[in-house]
Design a protein around this ligand. Sequence first.
Ligand code: ATP
Length: 352
Amino acid sequence: MTDVQIANVGKSFGDVAALQDINLDMATGDFMAVLGPSGCGKTTLLRCIAGFERIDRGRISLGHRVVTLPGVHMPAHRRQVAIVPQDGALFPHLTVAANVAFGLKGGGRKHRGRVDECLELVGLAGMGARMPHELSGGQQQRVAVARALAPHPPLVLLDEPFSALDASLRAELRDDIKQALTSDGATTLLVTHDQSEALSMADSVAVMADGRIRQVGTPTEIYRHPVDPWVGRFVGEAMVLPVQEKLANERALTAVGPIWLRSGTPVNGRQEVLIRPEQVQIARANQGAPPDAKSAKVESVAYHGHDALITLSVDGQPAQARVLDRPSEPLVPGEAVRIWVDGGCAAFSTTT
Ligand code: ATP
């Protein structure tokens, strides 16, 4: 069942085309992320769905009600769309329970059961009597999610909800919030510029650039099968290298050696391939490497704890490899190594 339908939506501010021909469908219970760089139109899309902006073209339906067409605009308060903003925006003078009950008709007493249920969902059972200033930033965001969920809205919009929190708290909160939204059956649209947030939380990701949706897919599809090099680079670290020569059996030669092409690779014309650093395997010169591995030199090592990003030079060309931390045998700049590429690579036709 389609619960949210965004069809051919366009919106301009003067000469700026903020949204162009946006099409997105969500079924009840879906968790979708709209992922894109700053200025690509994410907030405008969110504001159009919520009813804070009018659209110029297209149609938005929520739960089988058409809420906006050009010239038709259901006001925001009648759409029952819940928004969780970046800073939570709790009412400072109301208790946690009163904040959660705010959107429920009839007030907190009547809906005590639902308030308690929502607080439990977000891991704050028993904290209803506290005031917002008695909570940490992460707990305040949990209350904001409980408040959004309480009236069972047709759609919950998350607007970069973790950006004000530090990295470790963000990761913990992502899991808990996803769990709370999913177990309550909410249909959720997350707007973010953070790739790891989108890929780790959402069931499907819509990548946006310059007011347009470039690709919609599962996190795995987006990461492994980007529609173009821009999407590939935006969702993760990537080397994009020209194909020097097509080889037999879905193989191709590149500056980092022979690689496997993913199925669906364009057949004709010039091509480039996208290689993720974690696909690049490294062996010391005297250790086991396939016979067609390339010789390379370690230029630098960026240590990240659980793994390290190794910058290499291969025939004078830069390349990168991500390797798990090997405390007993760390690679050092200047070392001679052999490298090869593991797994299939996405390929694209080039026009030049
Ligand atoms: P960020 O991640 O930085 O918040 P965004 O992806 O949410 O960016 P939007 O805020 O939707 O992007 O802006 C999309 C484009 O529309 C930008 O070029 C922006 O300058 C423009 N824009 C947004 N709101 C208005 C407005 N009220 N008046 C004029 N231009 C606007």
